[in-house]
Design a protein around this ligand. Structure first.
Ligand SMILES: NC(=O)c1ccc[n+]([C@@H]2O[C@H](COP(=O)([O-])OP(=O)(O)OC[C@H]3O[C@@H](n4cnc5c(N)ncnc54)[C@H](O)[C@@H]3O)[C@@H](O)[C@H]2O)c1
Length: 259
């Protein structure tokens, strides 16, 4: 029970990394607010958490809207008494996976910045405000990407993730005197979540299997990355076992960036 009685907010908890993390956080004893733009999916995650004996509540939240992010964090305080962990996990892909820089429209650019960077900014801001108001520190985890560490995965998408990494380090330094930690999880390509499907890959099992084989071949460890791999790293980074870890960009990539 690494997170016993901790109160956590996870954005994008309706699918992929967010859903897997909600389950793992709850299994470790946390009470979880599952925030997602798709309320039905967030409710489905809550049902899965409850099925394993955990406590969770769903909330509809578009992370590109500051008031909705603030409300999700305040919901955790109302339901669970305080907020210990804010996991800003939402990210959207390049609208047409594989698009070159010059193929992005101004609307593509604006959407990627609003959700991937804006959502993390609002989450960090309102986490810090809440942590300072209640006292006793707190933990922020942001989902970055290997696409913010090397030039892979889309130019504008990667730029938003590079910005998330820099924001994470800045929040870590500003927050340290208040015992607020901030780290970023940097996954490599995960073909089994909804992310690549949202980017236009679709959900045909053969296409997904081909994408899994191709990403696995890029990784020195030879395996595709799963949402569960990220959830395990997330549990560690938000737990007290990581009490002296802050400002870290933590790849979950089978060794891809090290290569
Ligand atoms: N899957 C990959 O290949 C990959 C690789 C590296 C990093 N990442 C990052 O991992 C994170 C999680 O991705 P995933 O693979 O679990 O994706 P996913 O598509 O499975 O899940 C994303 C969830 O976010 C929700 N969402 C989308 N826009 C939202 C918004 N504006 N407000 C609130 N919720 C919103 C979706 O409804 C969905 O439930 C993202 O930050 C993504 O950029 C993914």
């Amino acid at each position: 029970m690494l997170l016993k009685d901790k109160s956590a907010v996870i954005t994008g908890a309706g699918s992929g990394v967010g859903a897997a993390s909600a389950l793992r956080f709850a299994e470790e004893g946390a009470h979880v607010v599952c925030a997602d733009i798709d309320a039905g999916r967030a409710e489905e995650t809550v049902r899965r958490v409850e099925a394993v004996g955990g406590t969770a509540v769903a909330v509809a939240c578009d992370v590109a809207r500051e008031s909705e992010v603030a409300a999700a964090i305040e919901l955790a305080a109302d339901r669970f008494g305080r907020v210990d962990i804010v996991f800003n996990n939402v990210g959207i892909p390049t609208p047409r996976l594989g698009s070159a820089l010059e193929d992005h429209t101004a609307e593509d650019f604006a959407a990627l910045v609003a959700v991937n960077l804006g959502g993390v900014f609002y989450g960090c801001k309102h986490a810090v405000l809440r942590f300072k108001r209640q006292g006793g520190g707190g933990v922020i985890l942001n989902t970055g990407s290997v696409a913010g560490l090397v030039a892979w995965g889309g130019s504008v998408y990667g730029a938003t993730k590079g910005a998330v990494h820099q924001l994470t380090r800045a929040v870590a330094i500003e927050g340290a005197p208040f015992d607020i930690r901030a780290n970023a999880l940097c996954p490599a390509g995960m073909p089994f979540t909804g992310f690549m499907a949202a980017g236009g890959m679709g959900e045909d099992p053969q296409t997904v299997a081909r994408a899994a084989a191709s990403t696995a071949a890029n990784h020195p460890l030879g395996r595709a990355i799963t949402a569960r791999d990220c959830a395990e790293a997330a549990v560690f980074l938000v737990s007290d076992r990581a009490v002296n870890i802050t400002g870290v960009l933590f790849p979950v990539d089978g060794g891809y960036v090290a290569k």
